[in-house]
Design a protein around this ligand. Structure first.
Ligand SMILES: NC(=O)c1ccc[n+]([C@@H]2O[C@H](COP(=O)([O-])OP(=O)(O)OC[C@H]3O[C@@H](n4cnc5c(N)ncnc54)[C@H](O)[C@@H]3O)[C@@H](O)[C@H]2O)c1
Length: 346
């Protein structure tokens, strides 16, 4: 099988925790080169993933003619520079979310890559979760009816840590909605096949005193007429959190706990219901529920294998970077709305 030879920029964070182990499972991937800011770290990662080359700077990796594609998994403030250089070097790009510090720059990066003839996908790996794909299919088939309401939450415990890049605007762009909520907003759009067109929001530092928000709830309208909310919080203990998706329509509902995250799984209940006439007793007797089954795959493996197919065969990209530009615009409107106290149309 033909393989794409990958170079990793910023191999020591999420790349090491999740994406590189996923790449090892991917049949059309060769982990060719890893780059970290210190050579001993790069060398340790090269050995761990049996890569050919270790680099301690981006220019050397990008000058390597054997690298076909790069995975940009560095802190967000590095993304723009690295993506432009990668496009100049003719490398295809899988870039972590958010693409850059603001939507305008992210859009420019997408056009720049296009102009250089390289493909660019975003690290929305939760699109590849087994249950999220099944939810999308159920809704597309009309099984849930007309979608009227949806919500998603993604939280973690993230106290002040000196030097943490995610806690500053200049390195991260924003706080809990930019880092966590971005996946929820994308998933609700992806699963329902609709786009957010209007938002209102609250965003504050409720608990911690760093520069970016630690709590944010967004309320929105999708262009299919459904209303939705996304909760993104850095101030809820991990054990207390219940990362959930709920989608309600005129013929049923999908309720998921634990499908949002880095592991392909969770508990998902689907209820298909013939609503019938108004029931003043509200006894819920016309209910047919089942649990989704079959997760346990690796969404990072799927993410990379899918993008490889797009590179090798021209298959449409499953997570185009331009989708993340739109989500970043939504997030910028969320912040604006939190400041102004008004709903904003996109
Ligand atoms: N899709 C996901 O599952 C997921 C999860 C976490 C983070 N992320 C995203 O991945 C990116 C990195 O986040 P993280 O949690 O891995 O951060 P991290 O701080 O844990 O890791 C970043 C790595 O980049 C390295 N680095 C620093 N400066 C660099 C530079 N100039 N060039 C190359 N590498 C450099 C660091 O040494 C570190 O090893 C962010 O965009 C984040 O939003 C995605």
């Amino acid at each position: 099988m033909k393989k794409v030879r990958w170079g990793i920029l910023g191999a020591g964070g999420i790349a090491d925790r999740r994406t590189l182990p996923g790449m090892l499972l991917s049949e059309n991937t060769e982990i060719y080169a890893v780059m970290e800011i210190k050579m001993d770290m790069a060398e340790a990662l090269r050995e761990k993933y049996n890569a050919t080359k270790a680099y301690d700077n981006e220019d050397d990796l990008l000058a390597d003619p054997n690298v076909d594609a790069v995975y940009i998994a560095s802190p967000v403030n590095c993304h723009e520079r690295q993506a432009r250089k990668a496009a100049d070097a003719g490398k295809h790009i899988l870039i972590e979310k958010p693409i850059s510090l603001n939507a305008k720059t992210s859009e420019e990066i997408c056009h720049y890559a296009e102009g250089k003839g390289v493909k660019i996908a975003v690290g929305f790996m939760m699109r590849y979760a087994t249950y999220h794909q099944e939810m999308k299919k159920l809704i597309a088939e009309g099984k849930i009816g007309k979608i009227v309401s949806c919500r998603a939450s993604f939280t973690c415990w993230y106290p002040e840590i000196p030097g943490a890049w995610r806690q500053t605007k200049a390195y991260a762009g924003g706080g809990s909605m930019t880092d966590l909520g971005i996946h929820c907003l994308d998933l609700l759009e992806y699963i329902t096949g609709s786009r957010i067109e209007k938002v209102g929001a609250l965003a504050e530092n409720q608990v911690f005193s760093y520069e970016v928000e630690d709590g944010c709830t967004a309320l929105f309208r999708l262009d299919n007429g459904a209303f939705g909310t996304v909760d993104a919080y850095f101030n809820i203990p991990d054990d207390a959190a219940r990362c959930r998706i709920e989608i309600y329509g005129t013929k049923g509902s999908i309720r998921a706990e634990g499908s949002i995250g880095q592991v392909d799984g969770g508990d998902v209940t689907v209820t298909l219901s013939d609503p019938g006439d108004y029931d003043p007793m509200q006894e819920h007797v016309r209910v047919d529920s089942y649990q989704m089954e079959g997760a346990g795959l690796n969404m990072y493996e799927r993410e990379v294998s899918s993008f490889n197919e797009s590179i090798l065969t021209g298959k449409p990209i499953e997570a185009p970077a331009m989708d993340a530009v739109h989500i970043q615009r939504v997030i910028e409107s969320v912040y604006q709305s939190a400041e102004d106290g008004k709903f904003l149309s996109l």
